[in-house]
Ligand binder design. Sequence first.
Ligand code: AMP
Length: 215
Amino acid sequence: MNIILLGPPGAGKGTQAQFLVADHSMVQLSTGDMLRSAVKEGTPVGLKAKAIMDAGELVSDEIVSALIGDALDRLDADTGVIFDGYPRTAPQAASLEELLASRHRSLNHVIELNVDVDALIERITGRFTCAGCGEGYHNIYKMPESEGVCDKCGHTEFKRRPDDNAETVRKRMEEYRGKTAPILPIYEERGIVTRVDGMADMETVRAEIAKILGS
Ligand code: AMP
């Protein structure tokens, strides 16, 4: 099973991908995560990507498609994949077709998480994670039970993504509307697109997605 999770930044793609990993033993391939690791490690890709990511713009199609190709090569042929944050442009969608076909894989579902833009800005600008275990928190919706201490691992340091500020988020939304949403019709023609209300609570969305996958 290979699926694409589509939706603007903050729609909950990362959270739902994590659920799918836990519930369906699938593997999450997030180009955003791969690029953030490359930036952290200071690799040539990371050095190129950093300023682009900080501005909320899109990294080149060649770079992200190469990352996905390499990641697919490291997987067993029968491991299910969740594409999270990829493809984001028409050329990336075309590359994904080739990457999948050459590995005898095909796409089963494209799930789009629909969300309200104002709510998204609040969701994104409030989110932060534990620097120790990566547990997600939010200024409004989910503060640690004991102030400044991670509920899960007890760590006392937290971090925020540098691109989770209102200005960059607006730019990322614009990129989604202008370049990513237009790839949906390709998949709609094949009848593999399902839209899910991403404003519902995360467990409801999780159940909806499980239904789509037939489990
Ligand atoms: P994300 O974690 O998916 O929100 O991605 C964070 C940032 O990484 C984006 O705003 C882009 O700058 C970059 N990025 C992630 N995935 C892609 C992609 N498929 N194509 C181009 N840029 C990407």
